[in-house]
Design a protein around this ligand. Structure first.
Ligand code: ATP
Ligand code: MG
Length: 214
């Protein structure tokens, strides 16, 4: 291992539970006095804030394309820029201090969501400098179950929260995740506690292999 910490990424379509499970993991690790840090993308940083405004439709095209969603190529570049900022400012410094990073969404979200609109090859290219995680866990939820969960959460519908789009996002994820050697797929349709136990088990086994005492 070239660094001290451990980099976990949680991915999944909307409502798969990445935020809930990520925070649960951080809280259990902290209760065991293991240095851990939950973080997410898009970030609260300068570029992430712009992305959030675009996703919630507070930023739209002007002039002749009035009201249309911001250009998807620009959005993909913003995600990649936010990610580099996230890595340099937060992820790498904490990894070098030995932290376990739990990252809620990462470059795989870009591969799965932005490739609905622009070529996946280009998305991968603009994410060339996004370091590989040690472990990627994909929370696989049925689109209808995921939508029901985010629907119950309330708030503004984001631009990707549409059934047809999410079906394509899920199939994009499954297409490439099965080829990623450090990835695991967890059935996220189950009750929260069951999903959590499975994720925790995968992570803790891996941490033991990395020499963590848990
Ligand atoms: N396995 C589960 N069973 C039932 N409810 C769940 C489960 N996982 C998460 N939830 C609930 O579903 C809602 C959405 O979960 P959460 O915010 O973690 O999803 P998410 O994957 O982060 O969504 P998004 O990608 O939109 O941020 C929350 O209210 C959460 O408590
Ligand atoms: Mg979330």
């Amino acid at each position: 291992m070239s660094k001290d910490g451990f980099f976990l990424v949680l991915e999944g379509i909307d409502g798969s539970g990445t935020t809930t499970i990520g925070k649960m993991l951080e809280s259990e690790l902290k209760s065991k006095r293991i240095k851990s840090h939950y973080t997410f993308e898009p970030t609260y940083g300068p570029i992430g804030s712009v992305i959030k405004n675009i996703l919630s439709r507070r930023v739209v095209m002007n002039t002749t394309r009035k009201g249309e969603v911001f250009d998807q190529k620009s959005l993909a570049l913003l995600f990649a820029a936010d990610r580099i900022d996230h890595i340099r400012n937060e992820i790498e410094p904490l990894l070098s201090m030995g932290y376990i990073i739990i990252c809620d969404r990462y470059k795989y979200s870009s591969y799965a969501y932005q490739s609905l609109f622009v070529s996946e090859g280009w998305i991968r290219e603009i994410n060339t400098y996004a370091i590989e995680p040690d472990l990627l866990i994909f929370l696989d939820v049925d689109v209808d179950i995921g939508l029901k969960r985010v629907g119950a959460r309330g708030g503004v519908k984001e631009i990707y929260e549409r059934r047809g789009l999410l079906k394509r996002v899920r199939s994009n994820y499954l297409n490439f995740i099965t080829k990623v050697k450090f990835a695991k797929i967890v059935n996220a349709n189950k009750a929260l506690d069951d999903v959590y136990l499975e994720v925790r088990d995968i992570l803790f086994r891996r941490l033991l292999k990395y020499g963590y005492k848990i």
